[in-house]
Design a protein around this ligand. Structure first.
Ligand code: FES
Length: 103
C-alpha cells in the first residue's frame, strides 16, 4: 500500500534544483520550481541517464544531459525525441517543513 515518505526539508532543495533519493530500490529526483515540488523517476526512458544531472528549461521541463530528451516535471510526458515513453511521477505534499512523496 502506498504511503507518504519524508524525503527532504523544504529549504533543503534550492529553487531550480533537485535532490536524488532512493525509495524501494528506485531512484527518484525531487525538484523544486519556485515554491512547488515535483518528483519523477530519475532514470531517462531513452537510455537510462540520470535526469537529476540535467538542467531545467522552460520552467517545468527537465532536459536529459545525454541526448537532450525533455520531460515535463508536472506529468512525466516525454516532450521530444529521442525519448518516447514518459517517466513516472509521484504525488508530493508539504507537511510543515517536510517534503513528502506518495510511494
Ligand atoms: S539517455 Fe536521455 S535522451 Fe538519451
Amino acid at each position: 500500500m502506498a504511503e507518504y515518505v519524508t524525503v527532504a526539508k523544504i529549504d533543503e532543495i534550492a529553487k531550480g534544483k533537485s535532490k536524488l533519493v532512493q525509495i524501494h530500490g528506485k531512484e527518484i529526483s525531487v525538484w523544486r520550481i519556485e515554491d512547488s515540488y515535483f518528483a519523477i523517476d530519475d532514470i531517462c526512458t531513452h537510455e537510462e541517464e540520470n535526469l537529476s544531472n540535467g538542467d531545467i528549461i522552460d520552467t517545468f521541463h527537465i532536459c536529459c544531459p545525454r541526448h537532450g530528451a525533455e520531460f515535463d516535471l508536472r506529468n512525466g510526458k516525454a516532450l521530444c525525441l529521442p525519448a518516447t515513453e514518459p517517466v513516472q511521477i509521484y504525488q508530493v505534499r508539504l507537511t510543515g517543513e517536510e517534503v513528502q512523496l506518495l510511494v
